[in-house]
Design a protein around this ligand. Structure first.
Ligand code: MOS
Length: 701
């Protein structure tokens, strides 16, 4: 199949594509296991309280039901490191929907029926589930995710803002968002001679292995976790989740393999979600739009058991110049499931507020919003004072404006018509950290001239396997059909999770290093001839990464969006979206474009559709399936394109790669909201922008 030269920058379809479309690629719940039993999770029907009685009589009478696992009989866990993973250990209920029991049966149907018949009685306590800026529990966390300072300040914001000619002070709100990967969370677990083998739908099986080891008090080498194919994650499978823990507990309890696959409805809550946010933005500038003062105050929620502090305002620390600046984060603990990672955590909701505020400032200054952003560009990170490895935000804005046809845009809102629709365009900037993590990788050559590269990277549908194969083929300087890449198994050399846009840059670095070291040893020690036993090298980049010089490391981008708003119905259509990005060296243009378009579409979805609605009487999600929690589909965007500018970056890492899994969603929702304002003159500061927020203010025809 893959003869001839392949390498970085040459597009290639996913290597596992044929296996996926023919159904031979196995996902976590699809691995055959002799004597497998099925588990069905039972969820708490109260938001806060304590289980006082569990009556399994009817469940156990159901044909095929094997047992019911509860806090009374579940295997004891040895680590309390995460309250979220301390499952079935206490009668306490922390949120409505928490898993309180697992019904185990010979068939999935029997397990489900048994779960319906399980009777659980609770003592309830009053709960608090509504996030407001006046919540009495608001506090200042020690740090925000993953390890940023909670608050920052430079100059004198109050004075700078007070003295500014133009002042903008607005509050923006985003609701909860639920990660909905196509493959809900699932795991198949089995114990064999004291060893634990788990097939888990995870973004990083090394981390899952280590966590299971601690929870079950096992040496890491006796646990193996495989995540060969994963149907999406978006962060929700980034840290170890409940599914492998519950499956492993059940398998130990029964003494046979157990399979647990969450339903779509069960994904809404127990596996995490993006916290709602309340964000106050204050911008002070001169009449020409030059920023003097920026302040971004962000509020979000966490659960009673775990502190998850979304880094909502951190992008405001690096995106625009201004001498006087401040960012703050406040959090409150509610009786809700713990929020978790979701594509571009922090930057995604934060950019909605900042980039809408910039649009409002442009209007207040009578300036073009592209020019306003260019005017506030900066050569050094405004808070850290560090130079950027490369910063091509202005190039993205200019190239995007050119290709979108932005020139001569009439800034007047609410005046362009297309039939029954008002038409408008919007822009927003994007920034996302270009991080790298150290990794281990192995490269091996056989006497027949074939190569194998092994690294515990995870391909969650992004094309990571293919990207690493391109990196390896280039580093080995051999045709692609002589190289195979092995990923997704904790028995392979360990590497960081597929998250934070770390993957291709960090894993690629280790793969490149292993391949070059193999070539070097082959040439220098073996005269270019492969020894009869083959040759294997293993390297790591832990020190290389730790010793990287200090720079501000970011990818950039610019979004351009056109909307049409039906004046009678308030329906918003998006005929055009264009994203131009600066993401260093692009390894596989085909899958890179897919990642960027995917992020942009997810931002569109956030702008117009997605809203996790909590009924505060019950502390529970009202919409918990794809019929009621709306996600943008192909029909929701007509023309969408993503491309990139030249962004050579020799400082970011040896391969010049910046991750691009998340930057596509950063700013995307703001560009849509700004286009809606331009079309209608209506500024919606609370997502999603559904027709009811426009209808009573639209012109009548
Ligand atoms: Mo992503 S939210 O960094 O897995």
């Amino acid at each position: 199949m893959n003869t001839g030269t392949v390498g970085i920058g040459r597009g290639h379809p996913r290597l596992e594509g044929p296996a996926k479309v023919t159904g031979t690629a196995r996902y976590a719940a699809e691995y055959p296991a002799d004597g497998v039993a099925y588990a069905w999770a039972v969820q708490s029907s109260v938001a806060k309280g304590r289980i006082v009685r569990i009556d399994p009589t009817a469940t156990l009478a159901e044909p095929g039901v094997l047992d019911v696992l509860t806090y009374e009989n579940a295997p004891r866990l040895h680590s309390t490191e995460s309250a979220e993973l301390f499952l079935l250990q206490t009668p306490q209920v922390h949120y409505r929907g928490e898993f309180v029991a697992l019904v185990l049966a010979e068939s999935l149907e029997a397990a489900r029926e048994g779960a319906l018949l399980l009777r659980v009685d609770y003592d309830t306590e009053p709960h608090s589930s509504l996030l407001t800026e006046h919540h009495p529990g608001l506090y200042r966390p020690e740090k925000v995710n993953p390890s940023y300072p909670t608050d920052t300040a430079l100059g004198d914001f109050e004075a700078g803002y007070a003295a500014a000619e133009v002042q903008l002070d607005q509050t923006y709100r985003t609701p909860a968002y639920h990660n909905n990967p196509m493959e809900p969370h699932s795991a198949t677990a089995r114990w064999l001679d004291g060893r634990l083998l788990v097939h888990d739908s995870s973004q990083g099986s090394t981390l899952v292995r280590d966590t299971l080891g601690r929870l079950f008090n096992l040496p890491a080498e006796t646990v193996r976790v495989i995540s060969a194919h994963v149907g999406g994650g978006f962060g929700s499978k980034g840290s170890p989740r409940c599914t492998p823990v519950l499956a492993a507990m059940a398998a130990r309890h029964l003494g046979r393999p157990v399979r647990l696959a969450l339903t779509r409805q069960q994904v809404f809550g127990p596996i995490g979600y993006r916290t709602p946010t309340i964000q106050r933005l204050r911008l002070g500038s001169d009449a020409d739009g030059r920023l003097a003062a920026i302040c971004h105050d962000a509020i979000s929620q966490t659960s009673t058991g775990v502190e998850f502090a979304e880094q909502t305002a951190v992008l405001t620390r690096s995106l625009y110049a201004a001498p006087h600046r401040r960012t703050t984060h406040r959090l409150t603990r509610l009786d809700v499931p713990t929020p978790s990672w979701m594509r571009a955590p922090g930057e995604c909701p934060g950019s909605f507020a900042l980039e809408c505020a910039m649009d409002e400032l442009a209007v207040a200054c009578g300036m073009d919003p592209v020019e306003l952003r260019i005017r506030n560009d900066t050569d050094v990170d405004p808070e850290e004072g560090l130079p950027f490895t490369s910063r091509n935000l202005v190039a993205c804005l200019r190239e995007g404006a050119r290709r979108f046809g932005w020139a001569d845009r009439d800034p007047t809102p609410g005046v362009r018509r297309h039939g029954r629709c008002l038409v408008g365009t919007g822009v927003a900037s994007a920034i996302y950290p270009a991080r790298t993590a150290g990794a281990h990788a192995r490269a091996r050559v056989e006497p027949d001239g074939s190569y194998q590269v092994s690294i515990n990277a995870t391909d969650i549908g992004t094309g990571a396997r293919t990207a690493l194969w391109l990196v390896a083929a280039e580093a080995l300087a051999v045709p692609g059909d002589r190289v195979t890449v092995e990923v997704g198994d904790s028995d392979l050399p360990p590497a960081f999770v597929a998250g934070g846009s770390f993957g291709t840059a960090g894993w690629g670095w280790a793969v490149d290093k292993a391949c070059r070291e193999l070539r070097r040893q082959l040439a220098e020690r073996h005269g270019g001839t492969v020894p009869a036993a083959g040759l294997t090298v293993q390297v790591d980049t832990m020190t290389d990464v730790a010793e990287q010089p200090r720079y501000a490391r970011y990818a950039f981008g610019a979004h351009f969006v056109e909307v049409r708003v039906d004046v009678d119905s308030g329906e918003i259509r998006v005929p055009r979206m264009l994203g131009i990005f600066a993401t260093g060296r692009v390894v596989n243009p085909a899958t890179a474009r897919s990642q960027l378009i995917g992020g942009m579409t997810m931002g569109l979805s956030m702008a117009l559709h997605e809203e996790g609605a909590l009924d505060h009487r019950f502390g529970d999600w009202v919409n918990r399936d794809l019929a009621t929690y709306h996600i943008a589909s192909c029909a929701d965007v007509e023309q969408i394109d993503a491309d990139w500018v030249d962004d050579p970056d020799e400082r970011v890492n040896p391969l010049g790669i910046k991750g691009l899994g998340e930057i596509g969603i950063v700013g995307s929702a703001a560009a849509v909201a700004n286009a809606v304002y331009h079309a209608t003159g209506i500024r919606v500061r609370e997502l999603p922008i559904q027709p009811d927020k426009l209808l009573d203010r639209l012109p009548t025809t």
